[in-house]
Design a protein around this ligand. Structure first.
Ligand SMILES: C[S@@+](CC[C@H](N)C(=O)[O-])C[C@H]1O[C@@H](n2cnc3c(N)ncnc32)[C@H](O)[C@@H]1O
Length: 273
């Protein structure tokens, strides 16, 4: 475990995978994300926390799945913050993401990163809280931590790589809490297709024990749960292949995107309310 205090287990370990993939991509000369904070965090962790393992290195080919998702959420977040200078941002299941520094968010926009306590502790070691930016160690399914978030601003809620790990009733309750608490805002999340959840739970786990739970069948389902939420944009992740600089990966993602079930394996949603 090296000098790091955190003991990540189960689903918490997925935060290391996405961090590693963003860092890896950010080190290439034609990087899409240029996530220097991720790259620096991975340099500091070194071979600790399993980051030096062969298993982790084998995930390298998947880096564009994570990078294309982060890029699209960055674009949506930037557009929201340009429209709402008085916004508050809540990242649900933030892991070790460094979006606030990628977007260079002004200190006047309060930013809250929420993840399970062990992940939050590691996060504070790697990215110490700064003015206007706070890490909260709690489950997103709990209700108390919401009290810390100013409710009288337009909210940008980002759940990137999170909701598939929660049972459906918890997803629903989380979205109800969000929309009950704020008058207006935007919700960004990605949803895994039902076959992905099914297959994923039958494959041997590489990074620790966890199950995928919620499959996103249709944005309309979420609108039926909470009529105030309107889906205003929906993008198949693989449809974004044109921005990939590596020709090999671009063609591979393009070819996979021609097969409808594969194209829809992960979709990105932008809701407003
Ligand atoms: C795939 S990672 C994504 C992390 C980050 N959003 C990113 O894109 O790098 C999933 C994250 O969800 C977090 N998570 C899972 N269940 C959670 C819960 N009930 N409450 C808070 N965080 C949770 C995990 O700890 C992990 O950090």
């Amino acid at each position: 475990m090296g000098g790091w205090g955190a003991e990540l287990s189960g689903v918490e370990r997925t935060a290391l995978v996405t961090l590693y993939l963003r860092a890896l991509e950010s080190r290439s000369k034609d990087s899409i994300l240029r996530d220097h904070a991720a790259s620096e965090a991975v340099r500091r962790i070194g071979d600790d926390l399993g980051l030096g393992s062969l298993k982790m290195r084998l995930t390298a080919g998947d880096r564009y799945l994570v990078v294309l998702r982060a890029r699209q959420f960055d674009l949506w977040a930037k557009a929201f913050l340009a429209r709402h200078h008085d916004a508050v941002v809540v990242q649900l299941g933030c892991g070790l993401d460094s979006r606030a520094s990628r977007l260079n968010v002004p200190a006047g926009v309060p930013w809250f990163d929420v993840d399970l306590p062990e992940v939050a502790a590691l996060r504070r070691e790697l990215f110490p809280d700064r003015e206007g930016h706070r890490t909260i160690g709690a489950s997103v399914t709990e209700s108390q931590w919401w009290e810390e978030i100013p409710w009288d601003r337009p909210v940008l809620a980002i759940a990137e790589g999170l909701l598939m790990y929660l049972p459906e009733p918890e997803v629903r309750r989380l979205l109800e809490r969000l929309t009950d608490r704020f008058t207006t805002g935007s919700l960004l999340f990605d949803g895994a297709a039902p076959w992905v959840v099914w297959v994923s739970n039958r494959l041997p786990r590489i990074y620790g024990e966890f199950t995928m739970q919620w499959a996103t069948r249709d944005a309309r389902e979420v609108e039926r749960w909470i009529p105030r939420l309107r889906c205003v944009e929906e993008i198949a992740l693989l449809a974004q292949h044109a921005v990939i600089p590596s020709r090999l990966h671009r063609h591979l993602y393009q070819a996979l995107g021609l097969i409808p079930p594969l194209r829809d394996e992960l979709r990105l949603f932008r809701f407003e309310f």
